[in-house]
Design a protein around this ligand. Structure first.
Ligand SMILES: [Cu+2]
Length: 398
């Protein structure tokens, strides 16, 4: 590890021996690194390793004694999975997308006309709780649990035996449209959307962003998911025919519009590192991450969604694109690193209420509150899912 500033009053040796982030020592800041180290990922990779060391050091304090650092599932970046594993992953996702709903009862079905598959139960649940899981206390933990349930289904309903992949945005900052994720062969996550020429910029009022057209715009045309039906949404796409009711049946292709503008401006190593290291309180970290209360109006979370374009851009129905789950894997990875850089202060830190921007006003959430999972599965206790080594969880990132 390398600390380039002496101004903090601690030598590198002191930081190393004190185990950065553990009882008394402070967590690293962006200013501990040179601008070049921040920009090229050196700083990010360095603090990722610190977080893993802190996990190992602290694992004995965790509540789930059967979960150890060594037996925890290790999630991997998409491009490090063997091609055969990538294909078995997208096969399992296609299985969930073509399997009938498993949770919705016959009595409930008339209320959800667009829910045709097990995967749609995830999309409908995200639609249903959109205003209770973003800009709220449980943004990170709700989405962590959502991804966890989905992973469980891939394994238990569709026979997937690999690890859950995530998408490290920063690896694709130069040209996400050329990423291995979107090559369109059978080992990819499906192609970009078919290119639509002659489109103009769209001004996004809520985000104060002038959005240039992306590199696709139409249907995913080759590889996995080129033949699946998206059944729910969109509810809030600019310049699209949005549905009038939340769970309307609106069958169509999966659209993408991979847009380098967003990744370059919101999801570089510099963006990730500054967000992760320079927001030491959960209320700041979760806000900046989602672009609330700052001039960076999309944040890492919005930047990844808008890079995908198409379904991924829809605030409500974005889980319709499996890319959602790889994007939220990276969201969860950055949150996990942030937590583990200062375990005692951050592991169970929560702040905020259960309504978006506290509108309408609601009570401050606590670890004993319940997070709802609707058609996905049982409601869960917030505190049981705040630690990736605690409660029912047992995983880490590579
Ligand atoms: Cu979400």
């Amino acid at each position: 590890m390398r600390f380039t500033t002496a101004a903090v009053g601690l030598t590198a040796a002191t930081l190393a021996s004190a185990q950065v982030g553990v009882s008394g020592a402070r967590a690293p800041l962006t200013s501990d690194y040179t601008a070049a180290e921040v920009a090229d990922g050196t700083a990010f990779n360095n603090v990722s390793r610190m977080a893993l060391e802190n996990m190992q050091y602290n694992i004995g304090h965790r509540t789930n004694n059967s979960c150890t650092y060594d037996n925890a599932q290790q999630r991997q970046e998409w491009r490090t999975l063997a091609p055969a594993t990538r294909k078995s992953f997208t096969d399992a996702v296609t299985c969930l997308m073509t399997m009938p709903p498993t949770h919705m009862t016959a009595d409930e079905a008339p209320g959800y006309p667009g829910v045709k598959s097990r995967h749609d139960e995830y999309v409908a649940t995200h639609i249903n709780y959109t205003y209770n899981i973003h800009d709220t206390a449980d943004f990170f933990t709700w989405h962590r649990t959502f991804v966890h349930f989905w992973e469980h289904d891939l394994k238990n309903l569709c026979g997937y035996t690999g690890v859950l992949p995530y998408w490290n945005w920063a690896l694709d900052v130069e040209a996400p449209q050329d990423s291995p994720l979107f090559l369109g062969d059978e080992y990819s996550l499906g192609s970009n959307g078919k290119y639509i020429a002659n489109r103009s910029d769209i001004y996004l009022y809520a985000q104060s962003v002038n959005m240039p057209p992306g590199t696709g715009g139409g249907c995913v045309y080759s590889g996995p998911f080129s033949n699946i039906s998206v059944n729910l949404g969109p509810l809030d796409l600019p310049n699209e025919n949005n549905v009038n009711s939340s769970f309307e049946y609106n069958p169509r292709c999966l659209k993408r519009d991979i847009n380098p503008y967003f990744l370059q401006n919101y999801n570089s190593y510099t963006n990730i590192t500054e967000t992760m290291l320079d927001n030491i309180y959960i209320e700041d970290f979760q806000d900046i991450f989602q672009g609330y209360g700052s001039s960076n109006t999309l944040g890492l979370h919005g930047g990844g969604h808008y890079t995908g374009g198409g379904s991924m851009m829809d605030f409500h129905s974005s889980p319709a694109d499996p890319l959602f789950f790889l994007h939220h894997g990276m969201v969860d990875r950055v949150y996990t690193i942030w937590q583990n850089l200062d375990i005692y202060r951050r592991q169970t830190a929560i702040s905020g209420t259960s309504t978006l921007g506290n509108s309408p006003p609601s009570a401050e959430m606590t670890l004993n509150d319940t997070m709802p999972f609707g058609l996905v599965g049982p409601d869960v206790r917030f505190g049981d899912y705040i630690d990736t080594f605690g409660g029912p969880l047992c995983y880490r990132y590579d």
